[in-house]
Design a binder for this molecule. Structure first.
Ligand SMILES: *Cc1c(COP(=O)(O)O)cnc(C)c1O
Length: 380
């Protein structure tokens, strides 16, 4: 079997977990959490980074910090993971879906601008496959209407847009260290905050609505309940594992990018022949992190037959995202603006190829050979 993803140890994870145990501080916000926060802020060019249990938790914090309330609208893609929308619905807000751009599979800035109403509070931009959305144009819309701009950068640690890293491009950004992402801690995430006026409240919300962070820094002499909040911080065991992974981010992303490059070279002739479409190539304005390599097949039947063909050869090639606008909860809690044709088409046609740090060159060759057989047999 060639798995789509396989979590790998990439450095000193086990040693650092042992060290965390020896230090005798297992709850959150100890030595390794501080190291992770500093390193993530540095890697993402953001003002502050706070570890969370998950990107889902970071998105919930972002919705709290954006003060999303009943009836408030947040513009976002429908082609994303459920957590982007749930964070808003949990506050009583309404996700407003708009279609994606066919090239980047990210929010189409023109459609975002057209969807703004008097109730719009924020834009949640997703960087699909580690390719950053057009944050300059989204920021212009946000600024023109006084909206908060949040990056769902779950897939984008190490990616950049016009030389600026994901995480530095909006008011806040949410990262994931789930085992399916580039850098992992099983479950894990981080919220980065760039607006100075949101930092203290972010710390309070993350610490159950208390000012414990200020207490730990000696800025107040006792800590108390000051606001709403929840428990969003991971244990030191998770932070120790994550710190070992984060130290290897460059080599992990480079390995993944080189695997993507080999897939691209192998499938480029099929794209030229009009048989399929590939992710957009690295261009000077966008540098990806090798998070994902996908093929856009001709239609749903072609995509499903491809998945079946690969499965018979022991290779797992999953599709991605039933669009949220047509999902049962999407119909109940959200609405969409305009035609969703590209979202529907991409959702029907997209298939992801195995891609992970430990994927061997021989395994990659097997994936390519099996896919070629399908494409040659089923020429269109
Ligand atoms: C993975 C992912 C999430 C959720 O991340 P968790 O850490 O599992 O909560 C949210 N948004 C996007 C775009 C993702 O890819």
């Amino acid at each position: 079997m060639i798995a789509f993803n396989r979590p790998a140890l990439v450095g000193q994870e086990l040693d650092l977990i042992q060290d965390a145990v020896t230090r005798g501080h297992l709850c959150g916000d100890g030595h390794y959490t501080r190291l992770c926060n500093t390193l993530i802020a540095d890697l993402t060019g953001s003002r502050t980074a706070l570890l969370t249990h998950s990107c889902t938790a970071a998105l919930e914090m972002a919705a709290l910090l954006a003060e999303i309330g009943p009836g408030d609208e947040v513009i976002m893609p429908s082609f994303t993971f459920v957590s982007t929308a749930n964070a808003v619905v949990l506050r009583g807000g309404v996700p407003v879906f708009v279609d994606i751009d066919r090239e980047t599979l990210n929010l189409d800035p023109d459609r975002v601008a057209a969807a703004v109403t008097a109730r719009t509070k924020a834009i949640f931009a997703v960087h699909y496959a580690g390719i950053v959305a057009d944050m300059d144009r989204l920021a212009a819309t946000a600024q023109a209407h006084g909206l908060l701009l949040v990056e769902d950068a779950a897939q984008a640690l190490g990616s950049s847009f016009r030389g600026r890293p994901a995480g530095s491009l909006g008011d806040m950004a949410c990262f994931s260290f789930h085992e399916t992402k580039n850098i992992i801690s099983g479950e894990g995430g981080a919220l980065t905050v760039n607006r100075p006026d949101l930092i203290e409240r972010a710390e309070i919300i993350r610490e159950k609505g208390t000012n414990r962070s200020r207490f730990l820094r000696g800025q107040v002499d006792k800590y108390t309940w000051v606001d709403i909040g929840s428990s969003y911080l991971p244990s030191e065991l998770v932070a120790a594992f994550l710190y070992a992974q984060l130290q290897e981010v460059e080599q992990v992303n480079e390995r993944r990018i080189s695997l993507c490059d080999r897939y691209r070279t192998a499938f480029a002739p099929f794209e030229t022949a009009g048989r399929l479409r590939l992710p957009r190539t690295l261009q000077e304005d966008r540098h990806g992190n090798g998070h994902m390599f996908y093929l856009l097949m001709q239609d749903g039947a072609d995509r499903d037959a491809f998945i079946q063909h690969m499965k018979q050869r022991g290779i797992s090639t999953p599709f991605h995202y039933v669009p949220l606008h047509s999902a049962p909860a999407g119909l109940k809690f959200a609405r969409h603006v305009g035609d969703m044709g590209t979202t529907d088409e991409v959702s029907d046609c997209l298939v992801r190829l195995p891609l992970h740090y430990g994927l061997g060159d021989d395994e990659l060759d097997q994936v390519i050979a099996a896919a070629r057989t399908y494409l040659e047999r089923n020429a269109r």
